[in-house]
Design a protein around this ligand. Structure first.
Ligand code: GGG
Length: 363
Protein backbone atom coordinates (compact mmCIF):
# COMPACT_ATOMS: atom_id res chain seq x y z
CA UNK A 1 0.00 0.00 0.00
CA UNK A 2 1.42 3.41 -0.99
CA UNK A 3 1.57 6.02 1.76
CA UNK A 4 1.70 9.74 0.95
CA UNK A 5 2.35 12.65 3.29
CA UNK A 6 0.52 15.75 2.13
CA UNK A 7 1.05 19.23 3.62
CA UNK A 8 -2.18 21.25 3.61
CA UNK A 9 -1.82 25.02 3.25
CA UNK A 10 -5.37 26.39 2.90
CA UNK A 11 -3.93 29.91 3.29
CA UNK A 12 -6.43 32.73 3.06
CA UNK A 13 -10.04 33.52 2.22
CA UNK A 14 -11.83 30.91 0.13
CA UNK A 15 -8.68 28.79 0.26
CA UNK A 16 -10.19 27.29 3.43
CA UNK A 17 -13.58 26.55 1.87
CA UNK A 18 -12.24 24.89 -1.26
CA UNK A 19 -9.37 22.93 0.32
CA UNK A 20 -11.84 21.42 2.83
CA UNK A 21 -13.79 19.97 -0.12
CA UNK A 22 -10.62 18.74 -1.81
CA UNK A 23 -9.45 17.03 1.36
CA UNK A 24 -12.78 15.28 1.94
CA UNK A 25 -12.71 14.10 -1.67
CA UNK A 26 -9.12 12.81 -1.39
CA UNK A 27 -9.98 10.96 1.81
CA UNK A 28 -12.99 9.33 0.18
CA UNK A 29 -10.90 8.28 -2.79
CA UNK A 30 -8.24 6.73 -0.55
CA UNK A 31 -10.99 4.82 1.27
CA UNK A 32 -12.86 3.66 -1.86
CA UNK A 33 -9.81 2.97 -3.96
CA UNK A 34 -7.92 1.08 -1.31
CA UNK A 35 -4.47 1.19 -2.94
CA UNK A 36 -3.03 4.18 -1.07
CA UNK A 37 -3.15 5.98 2.24
CA UNK A 38 -2.93 9.70 2.83
CA UNK A 39 -1.38 11.30 5.88
CA UNK A 40 -2.53 14.92 5.89
CA UNK A 41 -1.00 17.65 8.04
CA UNK A 42 -2.47 21.16 8.05
CA UNK A 43 -0.51 24.39 8.59
CA UNK A 44 -2.11 27.73 9.41
CA UNK A 45 0.41 29.84 7.43
CA UNK A 46 -1.51 32.78 5.98
CA UNK A 47 -2.22 36.50 6.33
CA UNK A 48 -3.88 35.71 9.69
CA UNK A 49 -0.62 34.05 10.77
CA UNK A 50 1.23 37.16 9.56
CA UNK A 51 -0.80 39.45 11.82
CA UNK A 52 0.32 37.40 14.85
CA UNK A 53 3.92 36.60 13.86
CA UNK A 54 4.91 39.30 11.37
CA UNK A 55 5.69 36.64 8.77
CA UNK A 56 3.54 34.45 6.52
CA UNK A 57 5.17 31.21 7.61
CA UNK A 58 7.80 30.19 10.17
CA UNK A 59 11.52 30.57 9.48
CA UNK A 60 11.91 26.78 9.15
CA UNK A 61 8.79 26.32 6.97
CA UNK A 62 10.71 25.16 3.89
CA UNK A 63 12.61 22.61 5.98
CA UNK A 64 9.26 21.37 7.34
CA UNK A 65 7.74 21.10 3.85
CA UNK A 66 10.72 19.19 2.47
CA UNK A 67 9.57 16.08 4.31
CA UNK A 68 6.26 15.85 2.43
CA UNK A 69 5.37 14.11 -0.83
CA UNK A 70 3.20 17.00 -1.99
CA UNK A 71 1.75 20.34 -0.91
CA UNK A 72 -1.93 21.15 -1.39
CA UNK A 73 -2.46 24.91 -1.26
CA UNK A 74 -5.62 27.02 -1.36
CA UNK A 75 -4.95 30.73 -1.83
CA UNK A 76 -2.56 33.38 -0.61
CA UNK A 77 -3.52 36.99 0.09
CA UNK A 78 -6.00 39.04 2.04
CA UNK A 79 -6.64 42.80 2.30
CA UNK A 80 -5.18 42.82 5.85
CA UNK A 81 -1.66 42.31 4.44
CA UNK A 82 -0.15 44.00 1.39
CA UNK A 83 -0.30 41.63 -1.59
CA UNK A 84 3.43 41.65 -2.36
CA UNK A 85 4.17 40.82 1.28
CA UNK A 86 1.82 37.83 1.33
CA UNK A 87 2.85 36.43 -2.06
CA UNK A 88 6.57 36.86 -1.37
CA UNK A 89 6.07 35.51 2.14
CA UNK A 90 4.72 32.14 1.05
CA UNK A 91 3.87 31.03 -2.48
CA UNK A 92 6.78 32.44 -4.48
CA UNK A 93 9.50 31.34 -2.01
CA UNK A 94 8.11 27.77 -2.04
CA UNK A 95 8.16 27.65 -5.85
CA UNK A 96 11.68 29.09 -6.00
CA UNK A 97 13.23 27.17 -3.08
CA UNK A 98 12.06 23.80 -4.39
CA UNK A 99 12.83 24.80 -8.00
CA UNK A 100 9.26 23.95 -9.06
CA UNK A 101 9.97 25.28 -12.50
CA UNK A 102 6.93 23.90 -14.29
CA UNK A 103 3.55 25.48 -13.60
CA UNK A 104 1.18 23.33 -15.62
CA UNK A 105 -2.33 24.66 -16.13
CA UNK A 106 -4.90 22.85 -18.28
CA UNK A 107 -7.37 25.11 -20.06
CA UNK A 108 -10.33 22.92 -20.88
CA UNK A 109 -14.01 23.66 -21.24
CA UNK A 110 -15.70 21.03 -19.08
CA UNK A 111 -18.81 19.20 -20.29
CA UNK A 112 -22.07 21.02 -19.59
CA UNK A 113 -20.42 24.40 -19.08
CA UNK A 114 -21.16 27.16 -21.48
CA UNK A 115 -18.10 29.38 -21.68
CA UNK A 116 -18.32 33.00 -22.78
CA UNK A 117 -17.30 32.26 -26.38
CA UNK A 118 -20.29 31.84 -28.67
CA UNK A 119 -20.35 28.56 -30.58
CA UNK A 120 -17.29 27.08 -28.86
CA UNK A 121 -17.57 23.63 -27.29
CA UNK A 122 -15.40 21.20 -25.35
CA UNK A 123 -13.48 20.22 -28.51
CA UNK A 124 -12.51 23.86 -29.19
CA UNK A 125 -11.11 24.79 -25.79
CA UNK A 126 -8.67 22.10 -24.77
CA UNK A 127 -5.02 23.00 -24.34
CA UNK A 128 -2.31 23.12 -21.69
CA UNK A 129 -0.41 26.21 -20.56
CA UNK A 130 3.13 25.76 -19.32
CA UNK A 131 4.30 28.71 -17.27
CA UNK A 132 7.95 29.19 -16.29
CA UNK A 133 7.74 29.34 -12.53
CA UNK A 134 11.07 30.34 -11.01
CA UNK A 135 12.39 33.51 -12.67
CA UNK A 136 11.37 35.91 -15.47
CA UNK A 137 9.30 38.84 -14.27
CA UNK A 138 8.86 37.18 -10.85
CA UNK A 139 12.57 36.78 -10.16
CA UNK A 140 12.25 39.21 -7.28
CA UNK A 141 15.17 41.33 -8.46
CA UNK A 142 14.97 45.08 -8.02
CA UNK A 143 14.69 47.78 -5.45
CA UNK A 144 13.34 51.20 -4.55
CA UNK A 145 15.36 54.38 -4.16
CA UNK A 146 14.32 57.57 -2.36
CA UNK A 147 11.03 56.08 -1.20
CA UNK A 148 8.24 58.63 -0.91
CA UNK A 149 10.35 61.39 -2.52
CA UNK A 150 9.17 63.10 -5.72
CA UNK A 151 12.18 61.65 -7.55
CA UNK A 152 11.58 58.10 -6.31
CA UNK A 153 12.71 55.25 -8.55
CA UNK A 154 11.56 51.63 -8.54
CA UNK A 155 13.39 48.95 -10.52
CA UNK A 156 11.85 45.55 -11.21
CA UNK A 157 14.21 43.45 -13.26
CA UNK A 158 13.14 40.43 -15.29
CA UNK A 159 15.63 37.59 -15.36
CA UNK A 160 15.77 35.05 -18.18
CA UNK A 161 18.55 32.51 -17.94
CA UNK A 162 19.45 30.19 -20.79
CA UNK A 163 19.17 27.20 -18.45
CA UNK A 164 15.67 27.98 -17.10
CA UNK A 165 14.33 29.10 -20.47
CA UNK A 166 15.61 26.02 -22.24
CA UNK A 167 14.29 23.57 -19.66
CA UNK A 168 10.75 25.01 -19.65
CA UNK A 169 10.50 25.13 -23.44
CA UNK A 170 11.92 21.62 -23.68
CA UNK A 171 9.36 20.47 -21.09
CA UNK A 172 6.56 21.94 -23.25
CA UNK A 173 7.76 20.03 -26.33
CA UNK A 174 8.22 16.80 -24.34
CA UNK A 175 4.71 17.18 -22.93
CA UNK A 176 3.27 17.73 -26.41
CA UNK A 177 4.97 14.55 -27.61
CA UNK A 178 3.92 12.52 -24.58
CA UNK A 179 0.29 13.64 -24.74
CA UNK A 180 -0.04 13.26 -28.51
CA UNK A 181 -0.45 17.01 -28.97
CA UNK A 182 0.65 18.44 -32.27
CA UNK A 183 1.81 21.98 -31.61
CA UNK A 184 3.71 24.15 -29.13
CA UNK A 185 2.94 27.88 -29.12
CA UNK A 186 5.48 30.21 -27.53
CA UNK A 187 4.39 33.48 -25.92
CA UNK A 188 6.93 36.22 -26.59
CA UNK A 189 7.25 39.99 -26.69
CA UNK A 190 10.60 40.23 -28.40
CA UNK A 191 9.65 43.30 -30.41
CA UNK A 192 9.60 45.41 -27.25
CA UNK A 193 11.77 43.36 -24.88
CA UNK A 194 14.89 43.19 -26.99
CA UNK A 195 17.10 41.29 -24.52
CA UNK A 196 15.18 38.74 -22.45
CA UNK A 197 12.51 37.87 -24.98
CA UNK A 198 14.99 37.73 -27.87
CA UNK A 199 16.95 35.16 -25.85
CA UNK A 200 13.64 33.35 -25.22
CA UNK A 201 12.88 33.29 -28.98
CA UNK A 202 16.37 32.07 -29.89
CA UNK A 203 16.12 29.22 -27.39
CA UNK A 204 12.61 28.37 -28.60
CA UNK A 205 13.86 28.15 -32.20
CA UNK A 206 16.87 26.02 -31.20
CA UNK A 207 14.86 23.60 -29.01
CA UNK A 208 12.22 23.22 -31.74
CA UNK A 209 14.83 21.69 -34.06
CA UNK A 210 14.95 18.66 -31.73
CA UNK A 211 11.19 18.14 -32.13
CA UNK A 212 10.52 18.13 -35.85
CA UNK A 213 7.42 15.97 -35.24
CA UNK A 214 5.81 18.84 -33.29
CA UNK A 215 4.66 21.99 -35.07
CA UNK A 216 5.55 25.26 -33.44
CA UNK A 217 4.72 28.95 -33.63
CA UNK A 218 5.34 32.11 -31.65
CA UNK A 219 3.07 35.04 -31.00
CA UNK A 220 3.63 38.31 -29.22
CA UNK A 221 1.72 37.94 -26.02
CA UNK A 222 -0.75 40.74 -26.80
CA UNK A 223 -1.74 39.11 -30.08
CA UNK A 224 -1.75 35.72 -28.38
CA UNK A 225 -4.23 36.96 -25.76
CA UNK A 226 -6.53 38.02 -28.58
CA UNK A 227 -6.12 34.63 -30.29
CA UNK A 228 -7.10 32.85 -27.05
CA UNK A 229 -10.49 34.46 -27.63
CA UNK A 230 -10.72 34.35 -31.43
CA UNK A 231 -8.94 31.04 -32.21
CA UNK A 232 -8.86 28.89 -29.01
CA UNK A 233 -9.15 25.72 -31.11
CA UNK A 234 -5.68 26.31 -32.59
CA UNK A 235 -3.77 25.71 -29.34
CA UNK A 236 -2.37 22.45 -27.96
CA UNK A 237 0.47 23.43 -25.63
CA UNK A 238 1.29 27.06 -24.87
CA UNK A 239 4.57 27.98 -23.15
CA UNK A 240 5.30 31.35 -21.62
CA UNK A 241 7.31 33.24 -19.06
CA UNK A 242 6.19 33.65 -15.45
CA UNK A 243 4.10 36.80 -15.92
CA UNK A 244 2.80 35.95 -19.39
CA UNK A 245 1.77 32.49 -18.15
CA UNK A 246 0.09 33.99 -15.09
CA UNK A 247 -1.98 36.42 -17.15
CA UNK A 248 -2.79 34.02 -19.99
CA UNK A 249 -4.06 31.36 -17.60
CA UNK A 250 -6.48 33.75 -15.89
CA UNK A 251 -7.75 34.51 -19.38
CA UNK A 252 -7.88 30.74 -19.92
CA UNK A 253 -9.97 30.43 -16.75
CA UNK A 254 -12.39 32.98 -18.15
CA UNK A 255 -12.63 30.93 -21.38
CA UNK A 256 -13.48 27.91 -19.23
CA UNK A 257 -16.45 29.81 -17.85
CA UNK A 258 -15.13 30.76 -14.41
CA UNK A 259 -11.92 31.26 -12.47
CA UNK A 260 -13.45 28.79 -10.05
CA UNK A 261 -12.51 25.98 -12.47
CA UNK A 262 -8.84 25.94 -13.57
CA UNK A 263 -6.33 23.93 -11.52
CA UNK A 264 -2.56 24.01 -11.47
CA UNK A 265 0.42 21.82 -10.71
CA UNK A 266 3.81 23.29 -9.76
CA UNK A 267 6.60 20.74 -9.97
CA UNK A 268 10.13 19.77 -10.93
CA UNK A 269 9.73 16.97 -13.46
CA UNK A 270 13.05 15.20 -12.86
CA UNK A 271 13.02 12.97 -9.72
CA UNK A 272 16.85 12.79 -9.82
CA UNK A 273 17.33 16.54 -9.30
CA UNK A 274 14.17 17.40 -7.38
CA UNK A 275 14.69 19.57 -4.27
CA UNK A 276 11.30 19.32 -2.62
CA UNK A 277 7.66 18.37 -2.95
CA UNK A 278 5.41 19.47 -5.80
CA UNK A 279 2.65 21.96 -5.06
CA UNK A 280 -0.95 21.82 -6.26
CA UNK A 281 -3.29 24.81 -6.11
CA UNK A 282 -6.27 26.31 -7.86
CA UNK A 283 -5.32 29.12 -10.24
CA UNK A 284 -7.70 31.48 -8.44
CA UNK A 285 -6.84 33.62 -5.45
CA UNK A 286 -8.47 34.10 -2.05
CA UNK A 287 -11.57 36.02 -3.28
CA UNK A 288 -12.04 38.08 -0.06
CA UNK A 289 -15.49 39.27 -1.26
CA UNK A 290 -16.97 35.77 -0.93
CA UNK A 291 -14.65 34.31 1.73
CA UNK A 292 -16.50 32.40 4.43
CA UNK A 293 -19.85 32.60 2.60
CA UNK A 294 -19.65 28.95 1.54
CA UNK A 295 -20.36 29.72 -2.11
CA UNK A 296 -16.90 29.47 -3.68
CA UNK A 297 -16.59 26.98 -6.51
CA UNK A 298 -14.43 24.09 -5.22
CA UNK A 299 -13.88 22.50 -8.65
CA UNK A 300 -10.50 24.21 -9.27
CA UNK A 301 -9.25 22.90 -5.92
CA UNK A 302 -10.70 19.41 -6.43
CA UNK A 303 -9.26 19.29 -9.96
CA UNK A 304 -5.88 20.35 -8.47
CA UNK A 305 -6.16 17.37 -6.09
CA UNK A 306 -6.78 15.25 -9.18
CA UNK A 307 -3.52 16.55 -10.72
CA UNK A 308 -1.78 15.69 -7.44
CA UNK A 309 -3.02 12.07 -7.55
CA UNK A 310 -1.83 11.78 -11.13
CA UNK A 311 1.59 13.21 -10.20
CA UNK A 312 1.88 10.79 -7.27
CA UNK A 313 1.27 7.92 -9.66
CA UNK A 314 -2.31 7.14 -8.55
CA UNK A 315 -3.54 7.08 -12.11
CA UNK A 316 -6.74 5.06 -11.58
CA UNK A 317 -7.88 7.33 -8.75
CA UNK A 318 -7.02 10.41 -10.80
CA UNK A 319 -9.02 9.15 -13.79
CA UNK A 320 -11.99 8.32 -11.54
CA UNK A 321 -11.93 11.78 -9.98
CA UNK A 322 -11.75 13.56 -13.35
CA UNK A 323 -14.67 11.48 -14.57
CA UNK A 324 -16.67 12.44 -11.47
CA UNK A 325 -15.94 16.16 -11.94
CA UNK A 326 -16.99 15.96 -15.59
CA UNK A 327 -20.13 14.01 -14.73
CA UNK A 328 -21.22 16.66 -12.24
CA UNK A 329 -20.55 19.58 -14.60
CA UNK A 330 -22.15 17.64 -17.46
CA UNK A 331 -25.34 17.04 -15.48
CA UNK A 332 -25.53 20.74 -14.71
CA UNK A 333 -27.79 20.26 -11.70
CA UNK A 334 -25.54 21.81 -9.07
CA UNK A 335 -23.69 25.00 -9.82
CA UNK A 336 -22.13 27.65 -7.63
CA UNK A 337 -23.03 31.33 -8.30
CA UNK A 338 -19.93 31.95 -10.48
CA UNK A 339 -21.58 29.59 -12.99
CA UNK A 340 -25.04 31.06 -12.55
CA UNK A 341 -26.33 28.60 -9.94
CA UNK A 342 -27.17 28.72 -6.26
CA UNK A 343 -25.33 25.69 -4.93
CA UNK A 344 -22.91 25.93 -2.02
CA UNK A 345 -19.27 24.90 -2.01
CA UNK A 346 -20.20 21.85 0.04
CA UNK A 347 -23.03 20.82 -2.31
CA UNK A 348 -20.62 20.69 -5.25
CA UNK A 349 -18.14 18.68 -3.17
CA UNK A 350 -20.92 16.30 -2.11
CA UNK A 351 -22.13 15.90 -5.70
CA UNK A 352 -18.61 14.95 -6.84
CA UNK A 353 -18.17 12.52 -3.94
CA UNK A 354 -21.63 11.00 -4.53
CA UNK A 355 -20.71 10.44 -8.19
CA UNK A 356 -17.40 8.89 -7.19
CA UNK A 357 -19.18 6.48 -4.83
CA UNK A 358 -21.61 5.47 -7.59
CA UNK A 359 -18.85 5.06 -10.16
CA UNK A 360 -16.52 3.05 -7.96
CA UNK A 361 -19.37 0.87 -6.67
CA UNK A 362 -20.23 -0.04 -10.26
CA UNK A 363 -16.64 -0.81 -11.34
N1 GGG B 1 -4.10 29.69 -5.59
C1 GGG B 1 -3.01 30.43 -5.19
C2 GGG B 1 -3.24 31.90 -5.24
O1 GGG B 1 -3.50 32.52 -4.24
N2 GGG B 1 -3.17 32.46 -6.45
C3 GGG B 1 -3.34 33.85 -6.67
C4 GGG B 1 -2.11 34.57 -7.15
O2 GGG B 1 -2.06 35.79 -7.15
N3 GGG B 1 -1.13 33.85 -7.60
C5 GGG B 1 0.03 34.41 -8.12
C6 GGG B 1 0.80 33.41 -8.90
O3 GGG B 1 0.29 32.36 -9.27
O4 GGG B 1 1.97 33.67 -9.19
Amino acid sequence: MQHYRIALLPGDGIGHDVIAEGVETLQLLAELHGGFQLELEAFDWSCTYYLKHNRMMPADALKTLEEFDAIYLGAVGFPTVRDHVSLWGMLLPIRQAFDLYVNQRPIRLLPGIEGPLRGRGTQDINFICIRENTEGEYAGVGGRLRQGEPDEVALQTSVYTRRATERIIRYAFDLARREGRRKVTSATKSNAQQYGMVLWDEIHAAVATDYTDIATEKWHVDALAARFVTHPQTFDVVVGSNLFGDILTDLGGALQGSLGLPPSANFHPDPATRRGPALFEPVHGSAPDIAGKGIANPIAAIWSAQLMLDYLGERAAAIALMRAIETVTGQGQVRTPDLGGQATTNQIGNAIRGTLRDQLKRS
